[in-house]
Design a protein around this ligand. Structure first.
Ligand code: ATP
Length: 315
């Protein structure tokens, strides 16, 4: 087996918002690794905690318990200044809504440079401007656009500006939080293809957050399925789609429209009922059921899943 280099490791992450009666556990004991060069997907319905995980890695959301490691080193709490600067540069985020995430009063030049200014990654003004021009070109925009304001652009172009803002930092790891879901259906594929080619050119690693399974299937290598703050299943994307084990994953997948209209009629949409698990007496843990395939289950369920896997394997 090829040894995979772990770039990001999230260990037993817990994020709790609020205090006292308003306390809300948004992320509960979540663990996963992201390998260098891959696209790792997190998929789940609205409010399941996808963005909270991304924001915890970006150090926007505070970690209540657990650890986040980058290249094996902690990125939380009190860390050396040099390391802080390095991860601020290397980890970038692309946001969901390009209409809301760009400063309307600033020109593109300033928006794209925002991360550059404190990073000291350029020696003079000419070099900074050159970096902005290169970033714009890399995302398929004209360098002259740097003197315009966000309102002069379409949704797709604005998202390209958001991508340029991340790219100009020469990142290694990009968290893309539903980067195309706010865009017109007609331009989604262009932006996805742009992200894919930038990954190739710049050897990037992506954490791709989405609720749309067909996009996840298209772009990710491995996928984690999240339900109410817990990852219920994680596997190579093709495997997950071919042999989903957890009832929540099965329900999610059963709701995806089939490309073949004749097959659609035969398809049974499964409904997930969380009360089917008897976790009061036998709590679950996140277990590797086969190589690289993890599932949230207790002992009893695990035995059932093993049988299911064997049956699917012999089909
Ligand atoms: N700063 C906060 N304070 C209190 N609750 C929060 C905060 N941020 C997020 N939450 C709550 O945590 C839960 C998870 O939110 P999160 O945004 O991570 O979900 P999501 O899966 O990304 O959903 P969406 O697809 O709608 O963005 C939600 O119930 C949300 O209301």
């Amino acid at each position: 087996m090829i040894e995979k280099e772990v770039l990001v490791e999230v260990k037993n992450l817990k994020v709790v918002f609020g205090k006292g009666k308003n306390k809300f556990t948004a992320i509960d004991d979540v663990s996963f690794q992201i390998f260098k060069g891959e696209t790792f997907g997190i998929v789940g319905e609205s409010g399941s905690g996808k963005t909270t995980i991304g924001r915890a890695i970006m150090r926007i959301n505070e970690v209540t318990e657990g650890q986040i490691l980058y290249h094996g080193k902690s990125i939380q709490g009190k860390i050396p200044k040099e390391w802080d600067r390095e991860i601020t540069q290397k980890i970038q985020m692309i946001f969901q809504d390009p209409m809301a995430s760009l400063n309307e009063r600033a020109k593109v030049d300033y928006i794209v440079s925002e991360g550059l200014y404190p990073s000291k990654k350029y020696k003079d003004e000419a070099e900074r401007q050159q970096k902005v021009r290169d970033a714009l070109l890399n995302v398929g925009l004209l360098p002259e656009f740097s003197s315009r304001f966000p309102h002069e652009f379409s949704g797709g172009q604005r998202q390209r500006i958001g991508i340029a803002r991340a790219l100009v930092m020469e990142p290694e790891f990009i968290i893309a939080d539903e980067p195309i879901s706010a865009l017109d259906v007609s331009i989604r594929a262009q932006v996805l293809n742009l992200l894919a080619s930038l990954q190739q050119q710049n050897h990037l690693t992506y954490l791709f957050i989405a609720h749309d399974l067909s996009i996840v299937r298209f772009i990710t290598d491995r996928t984690a399925v999240i339900y109410k703050g817990k990852i219920v299943e994680l596997a190579e994307t093709e495997k997950l789609f071919a042999h989903p084990l957890h009832p929540y994953t099965r329900a999610l997948l059963s709701a995806v429209p089939e490309p073949n209209p004749y097959k659609e009629r035969e398809k049974v949409v499964e409904v997930y009922d969380p009360s089917q698990h008897r976790y009061d007496q036998h709590p679950p843990s996140f277990i590797e059921i086969e190589d690289g395939h993890f599932i949230l289950a207790n002992e009893e369920e695990l035995a059932d899943y093993r049988i299911l896997l064997k049956m699917e394997g012999t089909k």
